[in-house]
Design a protein around this ligand. Structure first.
Ligand SMILES: Nc1ncnc2c1ncn2[C@@H]1O[C@H](COP(=O)(O)OP(=O)(O)OP(=O)(O)O)[C@@H](O)[C@H]1O
Ligand SMILES: [Mg+2]
Length: 253
């Protein structure tokens, strides 16, 4: 890659996401205390595609919720595009989240009373109110890219699971986020549909240049991400090229 193809943040080395010694203790100071994340440090750079893997209960969703500013850490520092989260008000965190982060969950949380298009526009409507003509055109463009241009006016309840997840991906991208966080987005889908949905993440990662962190239990899919982060009991035990992941880690229950 030549210098002219690098983004400003790649040249200056600014990470989209940076975690320094992040800890999460649920129910701290009670007998039910549960120390779930231990000194988690990592950086995600623009346009990276990262798999986050680990056994059930290892802390993947907890970590993703921290990264997405849906929950706060007990200690440590987290930065989104250089902005330090610790010390921000809830309102500031909400604003940064809506500007910089898109989410895709295993259960897509679409609103069946709304059309496909309105579901995709929802993050923009929550932020700006009535969407502009450009915003509507961009949402339609995204729905075209995920292969749903014929379903724009339909209710989401009439779509298949794979189609609903495609709507959720378009919704996550409609704000042009620098970071997309996906928690087992293919966990509910059959193998072929999972492959197709995953291919959309790969494509958007390149075409929209957004960093993507994707939680998956499927070693076939994590192997397709250039980088894998592996959690065991809330600690990072591997962070590197997916191809070099020690074989002891490649089978996840
Ligand atoms: N709100 C909460 N209060 C207390 N404990 C919690 C809470 N959320 C998660 N935990 C605990 O944190 C640990 C990690 O849970 P988490 O959901 O992050 O795991 P996971 O790796 O995403 O698992 P899975 O693969 O099954 O989704 C578990 O022991 C869980 O019980
Ligand atoms: Mg989880």
């Amino acid at each position: 890659m030549s210098n002219s193809q690098l983004t400003v943040s790649q040249i200056t080395g600014q990470a989209v996401l940076q975690l320094d010694k992040l800890n999460k203790i649920f129910n701290a100071d009670t007998p039910l205390q549960n120390h779930v994340l231990h000194d988690v440090s990592l950086r995600v750079c623009p346009s990276e595609l990262v798999a986050l893997v680990g056994t059930s209960g290892s802390g993947k969703s907890t970590l993703l919720n921290m990264m997405g500013l849906l929950d706060v850490s007990t200690s440590g520092e987290l930065r989104i595009q250089g902005h330090l989260i610790q010390g921000m008000s809830e309102q500031q965190r909400t604003q940064l989240r809506s500007e910089s982060i898109g989410f895709v969950f295993q259960f897509h949380h679409l609103i069946s009373a709304f059309s496909v298009l309105d579901n995709v526009l929802m993050p923009l409507m929550l932020r700006f109110g009535k969407p502009s003509k450009e915003q509507i055109e961009y949402a339609e463009h995204l729905l075209n890219e995920v292969g749903l241009s014929n379903y724009i006016a339909q209710s989401t309840s009439r779509l298949s699971g794979g189609q609903q997840q495609r709507v959720a991906i378009a919704r996550a991208l409609v704000t042009r986020p620098a970071l997309v966080l996906a928690d087992e987005p293919t966990g509910n889908l059959d193998t072929q549909t999972a492959d197709e949905v995953f291919a959309l993440f790969e494509r958007f990662n390149v075409e929209h240049q957004c960093a993507i962190v994707i939680v998956t239990h499927d070693p076939r899919l994590s192997a397709r991400c250039p980088r894998t982060i592996r959690l065991t009991d809330g600690r990072i035990v591997y962070d590197g090229p997916s191809a070099d992941l020690p074989s002891v880690f490649t089978v996840t229950p």
